[in-house]
Design a protein around this ligand. Sequence first.
Ligand code: DAH
Length: 360
Amino acid sequence: MSDLESLKSSLLDEIENASDEAAIEAVRVNALGKKGSISELLKTLGKMTPEERQTRGAAINALKNEIGDAIAAKKTVLKEAAINARLAAETVDVSLPVRQSPAEIGRIHPISQVTDEITAILADMGFSIAEGPDIETDYYNFTALNFPEGHPAREMHDTFFLPPDENGERKVLRTHTSPVQVRTMEAQKPPIRIAIPGKTYRQDSDATHSPMFHQVEGLVIDKMIHVGHLRWALEEFCKSFFEVDSVTMRFRPSYFPFTEPSFEVDIQCDRSGPIVKFGEGSDWMEILGCGMVNPNVLRYGGIDPDEYQGFAWGMGIDRLATLKYGMPDLRDYFNADVRWMNHYGFRPLDMPTLFGGLSF
Ligand code: DAH
């Protein structure tokens, strides 16, 4: 076999065996590229005699054309194969159901959502968030809040008591978030502006009471604080929370050991339709308790009541959630029923903010 024939057969083998576009390109460069085997042969043409050029030269050119055609043909085949493979791999079956992204699966519980809404509003008004323990001492839950020993107000709270510890002390499951008021006063100097969301516990269970429920407490202590500040803060809060331009509130005299004077606050609403509407109507709905911090409580917290005054309020988060989102039975909140969660829950990435929207 002549050198040209053996070169041709080995190149044709390489072309035949090239399995993808990169491989066939490599064969092309090795044969027809600047320093390719055929290109090198072509360079010898210049030194040939005219006779040689007619025989061997023609043979080299024929080889060049034949190999060039074979490479081009193989390239076409491989290109088509590559496209077909891609089409097969990237097939989209448009008849399949849409797959939910992880961010779409699962729901935020309405209590978490409403707690986030409340804290977003209060944070915007300049409150910081404070927390305290669920298992509380009798001292912080009652005594430091001006409930005298043996006072009937302690009975009002249907307290869960824990078994006495080695010192005979009986801790309680906190009956309200108010104990965090005194804990904060002890830890921090006025001015104080805190919101305290958290779990609270009382022995009570029916459609509107659950043994574990949620409150958010507000506390402001500064110089020259008066009832006007309290009213303003609560009105601003309610307007933001219920997402209405104006609210009418009614302050009724009440009694709490830790405030003097004390009030229960009703908000004007319309209950004639299927959902309660705020800011209009002829009904009133009680939404919270509040008052000016009792001087005794300031003293328990180490604050001089002749220099500082404060106001405080406490409200039920579960009740606020019911009013805003219309879930009739409080017990459903804590039944862990996925169907209920899918209906009343909130989408995980819809974070409540005052600028982006409180509720969705
Ligand atoms: N702690 C009260 C309760 O659970 C609610 C409350 C009323 C809190 C008046 C306050 C307040 O801070 O000033 O019933």
